[in-house]
Design a protein around this ligand. Structure first.
Ligand code: BG6
Length: 344
């Protein structure tokens, strides 16, 4: 794969088709990091570090076309997380073909990132029948110069009848891990969670390190903005940072359920862990945007609405930043200085 144009310049954003003809976009950075995004679901399916090592899990049985969501990477759950509502599981956004915005608005805060793509989803007539709202969902996927992967969702209510809408949401990130029994998650100890395996019963985590030896499907509530996933065998720590997304879902199907999922290999559960930045317990309510929408990306507007659990107008901003490093020290991943700015 060539990383340079015929004139020898770095190609930061490349539009391609996969071997089956499905459109995808490759983002690259000078140090050799890369990310791959399918227009189907606006789904990131690959994120590699500068050594070319894959950091996200993608099932060998993944299907890359509608009406199935791609099994792995980072599916977008919108406008419903899981079965918290009457729509299909995890909403329809992950099953739609998104369009590329060829002329995206400039960054509000960080202007030096070159490897980014904006994908847009608007309701089709069919979608409007099952979820009767107008909206514009802009997903900006950025590969930072240091290899960090940043996803920003800007969702606007464009209803003309003045009605608000309410939704739940998740970045359903599948991390690639060497051996699930050697993985520890930090940042969720002592929190309350809904146990999705026990009819969403509310339980308090007992404060022990979070490790894995059987199926897990938990929605942790009101979590810190930073969570670490430590892969001891690989000596690698993923740091997940989020904004506007108070909850975090932790999922691994383990052996029995893995066998029951058609697009998932029987033993693949050993090499993945989903830790999902989410908003589940308290849905987001978004009022219609007003005529200030041309300022959509201005910093002033972002600051005015920051936090936006219950957005009061214009748009809702939901941010995720994933970083990876080889240090497993808790003080290291909690330190602010080594991480990029959250808001893009
Ligand atoms: C998780 C849910 O987010 O996604 C689980 O908490 C669910 O309950 C899992 O099984 C996978 O969902 P799907 O629809 O992609 O098979």
């Amino acid at each position: 794969m060539t990383n340079t144009s015929s004139s020898g310049e770095m190609v930061y954003v490349e539009h391609k088709k996969d071997i089956n003809g499905f459109p995808k976009v490759i983002l690259r950075e000078v140090r050799g990091c890369s990310a791959e995004v399918y227009l189907h679901g606006a789904q990131v399916t690959s994120w590699k570090n500068e050594h070319g090592e894959e950091l996200l899990f993608l099932s060998s049985k993944a299907i890359f076309k509608p009406p199935k969501a791609i099994r792995g990477g980072i599916p977008i759950c919108f406008p419903q997380f899981g079965n918290h509502g009457s729509l299909e599981q995890h909403g329809f956004a992950r099953n739609r073909t998104w369009t590329v915005d060829p002329d995206p608005p400039p960054f509000a805060t960080i202007s030096h990132n070159k490897a980014f793509i904006d994908l847009i989803l608007k309701p089709s007539e069919e979608d409007a029948k099952i979820w009767p709202h107008r909206y514009e969902f802009r997903l900006r996927i950025t590969l930072g110069p240091g290899g960090d992967l940043m996803l920003t969702s800007r969702i606007r209510n464009t209803n003309i009848d003045g009605k608000s809408f309410t939704f739940t949401f998740a970045y359903h990130t599948y991390f690639s891990v060497t051996d699930i029994s050697e993985v520890r998650v930090e940042g969720l100890e002592t929190l309350d969670y809904l146990d999705n395996l026990k009819n969403k019963e509310r339980v308090t985590e007992q404060g022990d390190a979070i490790t894995f030896e059987s199926e897990v499907d938990k929605t942790y509530l009101s979590t810190p903005t930073k969570i670490a996933i430590i892969d001891h065998e690989r000596k690698r720590t993923f740091v997940l940072r989020k904004d506007g997304l108070p909850d975090a879902v932790v999922w691994n199907p383990w052996d029995k359920k893995a066998k029951a999922i058609p697009d998932f290999g029987d033993d693949e559960y050993k090499h993945m862990l989903c830790v999902e930045a989410a908003c589940v317990e308290t849905p987001i309510t978004l009022k219609p945007a007003d005529n200030l929408t041309h300022k959509w990306y201005s910093k002033a507007v972002k600051v005015q609405l920051s936090g936006c659990i219950s957005c009061t107008g214009l748009y809702c901003s939901l941010d995720l930043v994933l970083s990876v490093n080889s240090c497993q020290n808790i003080f290291c991943w909690r330190a602010e200085s080594s991480l990029p700015e959250l808001s893009i």
